[in-house]
Design a protein around this ligand. Structure first.
Ligand SMILES: NC(=O)c1ccc[n+]([C@@H]2O[C@H](COP(=O)([O-])OP(=O)(O)OC[C@H]3O[C@@H](n4cnc5c(N)ncnc54)[C@H](O)[C@@H]3O)[C@@H](O)[C@H]2O)c1
Length: 232
C-alpha cells in the first residue's frame, strides 16, 4: 500500500465522519476538545486514568466550567461521547489527541513523563491509517525525539507519513473565556511530514473554525513553548 492509500482512506473517514476519535487526558484541554469533535459528528472515546472523571462523564456531569453539563449530557445520551480508563479501545481508533499534563519542574523544564507513558500505550495499539496529535505544552523536538521513536518501537515497521501520521498542535485554551473557546481559537498544526499535516489539518478543520498550518512539528512546538520560562 502506498502513502497515498492510507492518507486517502483517512481523509475519506473524515469526510464521512466515520473516523473514531480518541482524546487522552480529559482535563481543561481534553474535555472541551472531546465535546467539539463529538458535536462535529465523530464518535469520540475519551481516556483518562482518573476513574472519577470517567464516571462523571458517564453520568453526564461536567467538572470543567467551560462545558455545561447539559451540553455534555446530550452527547453522552446520544452515544456520541463515551469515556474509559482502558487504553485497549485505541485498537479501534483512527485519530488520537494527547492532552495529558506537562507540569513544570523546579528547573523550569516540563515533566514529559505523562507524554511518554501515553506514547507507550499508543504504541501497543498503533495500526496503519492512524493519526496521532500531541497537544500538551512541551519543548521543541518532543514530537520527533520522544513520541516518534516510541511509536515505531513495536517492531511493526510502520513508517510515519506513510502508514501512520504524527502532528503537534499546541493547545491554547484559556479557561473561563466565553469569547475565545476551543471552537473558535485558531489552531496551529505542524506535521512530521506533509502527509501528516494534511491528515491533522483535515480532522481539526472539520471541527474547529480556523487551522493555521506550519512547516514542521518543531515550528508548532515553538508556538507553545513560550509558556515555558527560559534562562536563569
Ligand atoms: N489548562 C490550560 O489553561 C492550559 C493552557 C495552556 C496549555 N495547557 C497544556 O495542556 C496540557 C493539558 O493541560 P490541562 O490543563 O488539560 O491538564 P489537566 O490536569 O486539567 O488534565 C489532564 C488530564 O490528564 C489525565 N491524565 C494524566 N495522566 C494520564 C495518562 N497517563 N493517561 C490518560 N490520562 C492521564 C489527568 O487525570 C487529567 O484528567 C498540558 O500540557 C498543559 O500544560 C493547558
Amino acid at each position: 500500500m502506498t502513502e497515498m492509500h492510507y492518507l486517502s482512506q483517512f481523509l475519506e473517514k473524515i469526510e464521512t465522519r466515520d473516523a473514531q476519535v480518541s482524546i487522552i487526558g480529559l482535563g481543561y484541554v481534553g474535555l472541551p476538545l472531546a465535546v467539539v469533535f463529538a458535536e462535529a459528528g465523530y464518535r469520540v472515546v475519551g481516556i483518562d486514568v482518573d476513574e472519577r472523571k470517567v464516571d462523571a462523564i458517564h453520568r453526564g456531569e461536567s467538572y470543567i466550567e467551560d462545558i455545561p453539563s447539559e451540553r455534555l449530557r446530550r452527547l453522552v445520551v446520544d452515544g456520541q461521547l463515551v469515556a474509559t480508563t482502558d487504553f485497549a479501545v485505541l485498537a479501534r481508533c483512527d485519530a488520537i489527541s494527547i492532552c495529558v499534563p506537562t507540569p513544570l519542574r523546579k528547573t523550569g523544564d516540563p515533566d514529559i513523563s505523562y507524554i511518554i507513558s501515553v506514547a507507550e500505550q499508543i504504541a501497543r495499539h498503533i495500526h496503519p491509517g492512524m493519526l496521532v496529535v500531541l497537544e500538551s505544552t512541551t519543548y521543541p523536538g518532543t514530537t520527533t525525539e520522544v513520541i516518534l521513536p516510541r511509536l515505531r518501537e513495536d517492531g511493526s515497521n510502520l513508517k510515519v507519513g506513510e502508514h501512520f501520521f504524527l502532528c503537534f498542535s499546541p493547545e491554547r485554551v484559556d479557561p473561563g473565556r466565553q469569547d475565545w473557546t476551543t471552537l473558535n481559537t485558531p489552531k496551529v498544526m505542524g506535521g512530521v511530514t506533509p502527509a501528516c499535516r494534511q491528515a491533522g489539518r483535515a480532522l481539526y478543520e472539520s471541527a474547529i473554525k480556523q487551522i493555521v498550518p506550519v512547516s514542521s512539528t518543531e515550528a508548532a512546538e515553538m508556538v507553545s513553548c513560550w509558556r515555558i520560562p527560559f534562562g536563569p
